[in-house]
Design a protein around this ligand. Structure first.
Ligand SMILES: NC(=O)c1ccc[n+]([C@@H]2O[C@H](COP(=O)([O-])OP(=O)(O)OC[C@H]3O[C@@H](n4cnc5c(N)ncnc54)[C@H](O)[C@@H]3O)[C@@H](O)[C@H]2O)c1
Length: 302
């Protein structure tokens, strides 16, 4: 095992680790020596109900194979719950090195048919929950000049998916959160990256399953989550689509654009250049908003 992909002496928190992908991430981290906080409130795939048995079973599994783990049953979508989760980690293991924001649930419907409360609940658990947990570990990471955060985004957010406006908004929101935390964490060696997984779990069991999906076990996603949570990780603000053993970077890019003459900045100009505006042949990704603005508007138009 590569030394910096080992987690001896490291502590990782995985939210929503009572089943599916989170369970797999927790087992993988523990197998590499991490002491793991297995958080899960044990609700349904639609975020109803709760039980302590899911998280406890994963803890039992880790301990049975000689690893270190503690269960936590807090609701990560509340500020109190997120704080209490981090306190569980500190009480049990004295520090935190990595946070994997994975918890969440679905309440799918087309927007017009969706109860606004279901829009809010889904945004709350995926986006606000990840922000609250990141905020709760942040002072620990700053003080130690070390930290790793993994966000769990989704193709639904990156590209859109019918019936998932709440979920897609939250998952794309996580990319904005990551982009800014990458800036805020840079001087403390806090790296923040995101995985866009595809795996067969209870969340995806209703989907039409292709042969490809049948090969998409959660452990194949955990490989990149382990890397992003490790000391070996390089880079921050990266998105990796991961499923069935395939790993691919994803980026937000901006085309070269078209400059309208000062006297003709009109809707007619936009209409006439619509295709050119969307020409992505020389598209670039920017390190941050300042770089994007300076690159685009900081120079005289030529
Ligand atoms: N499975 C996929 O193909 C896929 C694709 C894209 C994104 N994702 C994302 O991956 C993550 C894991 O999903 P999964 O497929 O393993 O589904 P899952 O339902 O098995 O796992 C989600 C877990 O989060 C827990 N949870 C929900 N709300 C919580 C809360 N408030 N506090 C603590 N725990 C809570 C649930 O109890 C559950 O165990 C989710 O963020 C999901 O959106 C999954």
């Amino acid at each position: 095992m590569t030394a910096d992909l080992k987690f001896d002496g490291r502590v990782a928190i995985v939210t929503g680790a009572g089943g599916g992908l989170g369970r797999s991430h927790a087992l993988a981290l523990a197998a590499r020596g991490a002491a793991v906080v297995v958080n899960d409130l044990g609700g349904s795939v639609h975020g109803q109900g709760g039980s302590q048995s899911a998280a406890q079973q994963v803890v039992d599994e880790i301990r049975a194979s000689g690893g270190r783990a503690v269960a936590d049953f807090n609701d990560i979508s509340s500020a109190q719950g997120a704080q209490a989760l981090v306190e569980t980690a500190l009480r049990a293991f004295g520090q935190v090195d990595a946070l994997v924001n994975n918890a969440g649930f679905l309440r799918d419907k087309s927007l017009v048919k969706m109860d606004p409360a279901d829009f809010e609940a889904v945004v709350r658990v995926h986006l606000i929950g990840s922000a609250l947990c990141s905020r709760a570990v942040w002072p620990i990471f700053q003080a130690r000049n070390y930290g790793r955060i993994v966000m769990t985004t989704s193709a639904a957010g990156l590209y859109g998916h019918f019936g998932q406006s709440n979920y897609a908004a939250a998952k794309m929101g996580l990319i904005g959160l990551m982009n800014t935390l990458k800036e805020e964490g840079a001087k403390h060696s806090i790296l923040v990256n995101a995985v866009a997984p595809v795996a067969l779990t209870r969340m995806t069991e209703g989907l039409a399953v292709s042969r490809w999906m049948e090969r998409a076990s959660p452990d194949k996603v955990s490989a990149v989550v382990v890397y992003m949570a490790s000391q070996a990780c390089s880079g921050s603000g990266r998105i990796v689509a991961a499923g069935a053993g395939r790993f691919a970077g994803v980026k937000v890019v901006e085309g070269r654009g078209v400059q309208a003459p000062t006297e003709a900045v009109t809707a007619e100009f936009v209409a006439a250049h619509w295709a050119e505006i969307h020409d992505m042949a020389d598209a670039r990704a920017f390190a941050n908003a300042a770089e994007a603005l300076i690159d685009t508007y900081g120079k005289d138009p030529s």
